[in-house]
Design a protein around this ligand. Structure first.
Ligand code: FAD
Length: 573
């Protein structure tokens, strides 16, 4: 993640409130959007926003959870930190899921929470909650501001920490008296963090080891993760993979780090990955992991993961190396720096023609498949049609579950940072507000929120925001009247006991959209879909399309719990 040079706020000697100081600091950080919701403890801050002529916009969401997922969507597509503002107590606790989500997926957020006045902290004051205690395990760092003149420095540090090294969420808790009090402005935003120095440049000896291993390899494969995207290294990855003819598998969050339709692309690996990607990892003799954290959804049973391979792992966070998988060649570095070093290293072209032929034959023999329904709407076909209608160029956000996996499988991302999904925490309710944030960040892009009927019911209140601002987000509800992934697991591993996973009632999503002044459509048959999609994407405004899909369908291939990456089920019909 590249950080732009910041302005300095120094010694202006004006009399101003702490809240004004906060606004000045945000301007100095180049903030253009604040995702927020007001309340008692942040009234001085909202008053300062009202009075301010600062060049940023505050977007009022209808629930704090919506605001923070929107900030995550914004951060994912721009690479810039998402800035969130909420009040103390319930305002702050409503942000917890989003903070945990951002922590799991390494998204840069700076989250400002109001706090009760310093004099009453610890007295169970109205709307008091110990947000520092609550967020300590789910933030990269957190602060409570104790002195008004510390504000500029703390804010500068918060932005620096959120966006450098391995990105992550930082919370800044501001007691109400600090934002209300006056200061003369005798302050500055310089900071010094000697204990926080992320390693960006790779150790040259490790690069030599990796170069030698690659020259000798017979069955190498690259595993590309989100770290490639955070490092802005997609171009370097493409050059490296194509120069040496290396096959590239991606993680769920690494989609787009190498073009999905590129010559070396194997697609996603892992629990719902392609046969070719998973077998390439299983059979490889050199696995080059660039910016992936070997999550369990990716690896399956660790005892079977890449067991024939020498493992090289490039990651900016040393704590990730060797955490899950024994690593032979550790490279602690920014992925771009490591790839640049590899591109200028002396590497013998490996002799891998036979390996690439084997991979190509796996791709041909075992492609992704699904059963196309006679007339009804197959969800996988729906995703293929969205790809076609948007020429593969949309920003796609998803919720969590079956539709998320189908989007990952059937929408090929050729460009980085167009894919916005909740990977590590698996947060239902994420997809739609994340699309709102992405659309605010990229007003000229087509933004599609692919959501389930379950997830959409958790955060659909943000339709008010898209209506208010006429944001052109297209919401596609993959509606199977069930919690599809839960149902799939109950079907496969709990003998079909569908405990509480089937909805007895769903709202009429067309009328629901209508009640927000948003255009609603419903599709029940394949034949109606292409025209409906064309109309929806041509329409200049938000649309909700309720797509009634075939109910009995599962995500395949699948690695069952406890099984190895080579033990997929549902590889063929
Ligand atoms: P992250 O978790 O974001 O990790 C990124 C890594 O890059 C971190 O180790 C970080 O330290 C490092 N990094 C950050 N910045 C840099 C930098 N500048 N340079 C170098 N390194 C950097 N995932 C799959 O892959 N396959 C599946 O089949 C799958 N199925 C799923 C099913 C469901 C229903 C859900 C909800 C999730 C599923 N996931 C799957 C997602 C999975 O849980 C993880 O979120 C995902 O595998 C993590 O991908 P990642 O390691 O690339 O990204």
């Amino acid at each position: 993640m590249r950080v732009e040079a910041k302005q300095e706020v120094e010694g202006t000697n004006k009399v101003m409130t702490g809240a004004d100081l906060l606004i000045e600091s945000l301007v100095a950080e180049g903030v253009d959007t604040i995702f927020g919701y007001p309340g008692g403890a942040v009234l001085p801050i909202y008053d300062a926003i009202y009075r301010s002529e600062a060049p940023f916009e505050h977007v009022l969401f209808r629930h704090e959870q919506g605001s923070i997922h929107a900030a995550e969507g914004y951060a994912r597509v721009t690479g810039k930190p998402g800035v969130v503002l909420a009040t103390s107590g319930p305002g702050a606790t409503n942000l917890i899921t989003g903070i945990a989500d951002a922590m799991m997926d390494s998204l840069p957020l700076v989250v400002f929470t109001g706090q009760v006045a310093r004099g009453v902290i610890g007295t169970d004051a109205f709307q008091e909650s110990d947000i520092l205690g609550i967020t300590t395990p789910i933030t990269k760092y957190n602060y409570q501001v104790k002195q008004i003149d510390d504000l500029p420095r703390i804010i500068s540090e918060a932005f620096h920490i959120a966006t450098t090294g391995r990105p992550g969420p930082v919370v800044v808790d501001i007691p109400k008296d600090i934002s209300a009090d006056l200061t003369t402005g005798d302050f500055d935003n310089h900071f010094d963090l000697p204990g926080y120095q992320p390693t960006e440049k790779p150790n040259p000896l490790q690069i030599v080891k990796l170069a030698e291993a690659l020259g000798r390899a017979k069955r190498p494969v690259i595993l590309a993760g989100a770290g490639v995207l955070f490092a802005d290294a997609a171009e370097e990855l493409k050059e490296f993979a194509e120069r040496y003819d290396l096959p590239v598998a991606t993680t769920l969050l690494g989609l787009g780090s190498y073009p999905g339709t590129g010559s070396q692309a194997l697609g996603m690996a892992g629990m719902h990955g392609t046969y070719a990607a998973n077998m390439a990892i299983y059979e490889s003799d050199l696995l080059i992991n660039i910016g992936a954290r070997f999550d369990d959804r990716l690896t399956g049973n660790l005892e079977h993961f890449a067991i024939h391979a020498k493992v090289a792992h490039i990651d900016i966070d040393p704590a990730e190396i060797g955490k899950n998988i024994k690593t032979d060649i550790p490279v602690v570095a920014d992925a771009k720096e490591a790839l640049l070093a590899l591109l200028s290293a002396d590497i013998t072209q490996p002799d891998i023609t036979a390996w690439n032929e084997k991979i190509a034959s796996n791709q041909q023999a075992f492609p992704l498949w699904y059963e196309r329904s006679d007339q009804l709407l197959s969800p996988q076909w729906l995703l293929e049609q969205i790809y076609k209608e948007t020429s593969g160029k949309a920003i796609v956000t998803t919720d969590v579950g079956q539709h998320q996996m189908w989007a990952a499988q059937f929408y090929a991302f050729d460009k980085p940072n167009r894919w916005v999904t909740s990977g590590g925490l698996g947060t239902m309710g994420f997809g739609f507000p994340a699309a709102v944030g992405a659309q605010l960040a990229c007003p000229d892009d087509t933004v599609v929120a692919v959501v389930g009927d379950g997830g959409f019911q958790m955060t659909f209140q943000e339709l008010a925001v898209v209506r208010e601002r006429n944001l052109s987000v297209k919401v596609l509800i993959v509606n199977n009247e069930a919690l599809g992934m839960v149902k799939q697991w109950q079907g496969s591993f709990y003998e079909g006991r569908y405990s509480e996973s089937l909805f007895g009632f769903n709202p009429d999503f067309v009328k629901l959209a209508d009640s927000f002044g948003v255009r609603g459509m419903q599709i029940t048959k394949e034949a109606d879909l292409p025209a409906a999609l064309a109309e929806a994407f041509a329409y200049d405004g938000p649309v909700v399309i309720d797509c009634r899909v075939v109910k009995q369908t599962a995500v395949y291939p699948m690695i069952a719990p406890g099984k190895g990456i080579h033990e997929m089920i549902g590889v063929t019909k």
